[in-house]
Design a protein around this ligand. Structure first.
Ligand code: C2E
Ligand code: MG
Ligand code: MG
Length: 287
């Protein structure tokens, strides 16, 4: 009846890795080791880029590239997430300003925020002030919040989501259908878009194609509620064909492009066509 714990060297590694990330985080922000990578989002109908998602990459001088799945849980544990959210927003908004100033066409960029960001800061003022500081219009910034976070809280978000949308900032639900909530998030909040979790595409043909039916039904329900849809994790031509067929508005995944630094995406190698502002307006204003 005595308790025991089995020691493994992995426990040690994990402990030291977590400590490293916690201790170096401020330096990583200060010295810009944390970089913004962008993944294009594609309009299913036209195959053109209509948005980008900003994803954090910690490029460490000692440990090399560190993915968010490694450092975000550590930042959550030590309540450091709000500094990441504010940093990412400032980087993205500043970069939009630079692109606009050099006459490069723009697409709205979405930034991932956590419930911890909303608990620690007044995100509405924070974003509105950054937009002012860099002279960027609200329509170029989108906020993504995961279904898990939305399911966890009620009061903190409701007002802030409303206020963000009132300022013209779109709010998207990330990882929709990943299992933390159910369709009832849809009758409590107003969102602009549902991002269907990539899990749906992973098992598209299992269980008599149940996920095909589910995707189709979510797209249909969202549209009836005036909400757009995007499916992430598009990896094959077959995924793309299916999503186009069921009327999913947007797509994102390795089939089109991995997340990359903006310079690379804007460079010569960019093979994906980009939507003009006129085309974007046409799509966004009709249902
Ligand atoms: P997410 O917001 O759902 O982002 C999508 C993730 O899926 C990204 O992983 C992306 O690289 C990956 N992905 C995109 N297309 C495909 C595909 O076709 N197949 C597969 N297997 N994966 C694909 P990443 O960049 O590692 O980010 C993981 C998660 O970390 C994100 O999930 C997001 O929740 C979080 N995250 C990233 N950056 C930030 C940030 O700045 N702040 C916060 N709070 N969270 C962030
Ligand atoms: Mg996201
Ligand atoms: Mg997601």
């Amino acid at each position: 009846r005595q308790r025991y714990v089995v020691y493994s060297p992995n426990i040690d590694d994990e402990y030291w890795n977590q400590r490293y990330l916690r201790d170096k985080f401020s330096e990583a922000i200060e010295k810009k080791w944390i970089n913004v990578f962008y993944q294009p989002i594609i309009r299913a109908d036209s195959g053109k880029i209509c948005n980008f998602e900003a994803l954090a990459r910690w490029i460490d001088p000692v440990k090399g590239m560190i993915a968010p799945d490694m450092f975000i849980p550590v930042l959550e544990k030590y309540h450091l997430i709000p500094q990441l959210g504010a940093y990412m927003l400032e980087q993205v908004i500043q970069q939009v300003n630079i692109r606009a100033a050099s006459g490069i066409p723009l697409e709205p960029v979405s930034v991932n925020l956590s419930v911890l960001d909303f608990e620690a800061n007044d995100m509405v003022s924070l974003i509105v002030n950054l937009l002012k500081k860099y002279d960027v219009a609200a329509k170029w910034i989108v906020v993504e919040i995961t279904e898990r976070d939305i399911a966890q809280t009620v009061s903190v978000f409701k007002q802030q989501i409303k206020a963000l949308r009132r300022h013209g900032i779109q709010v998207w639900v990330d990882d929709f259908g990943s299992g933390y909530s159910a369709l009832n998030v849809l009758n409590q909040y107003e969102f602009d878009l549902l991002k269907l979790d990539m899990q749906f595409l992973r098992q598209l043909d299992e269980n008599r194609g149940a996920n095909r039916v589910i995707i189709k039904s979510i797209v249909c329900a969202a549209h009836e509620l005036g909400i757009r849809t995007l499916t992430e994790g598009v990896e094959t031509e077959a995924h793309h064909r299916f999503l186009k067929e069921v009327g999913c508005d947007k797509e994102q995944g390795y089939y089109f492009s991995k997340p990359r630094p903006m310079e690379e995406l804007l460079g010569e190698g960019m093979r994906l066509p980009r939507e003009t502002e006129e085309e974007a307006h046409r799509y966004e204003s009709r249902f």
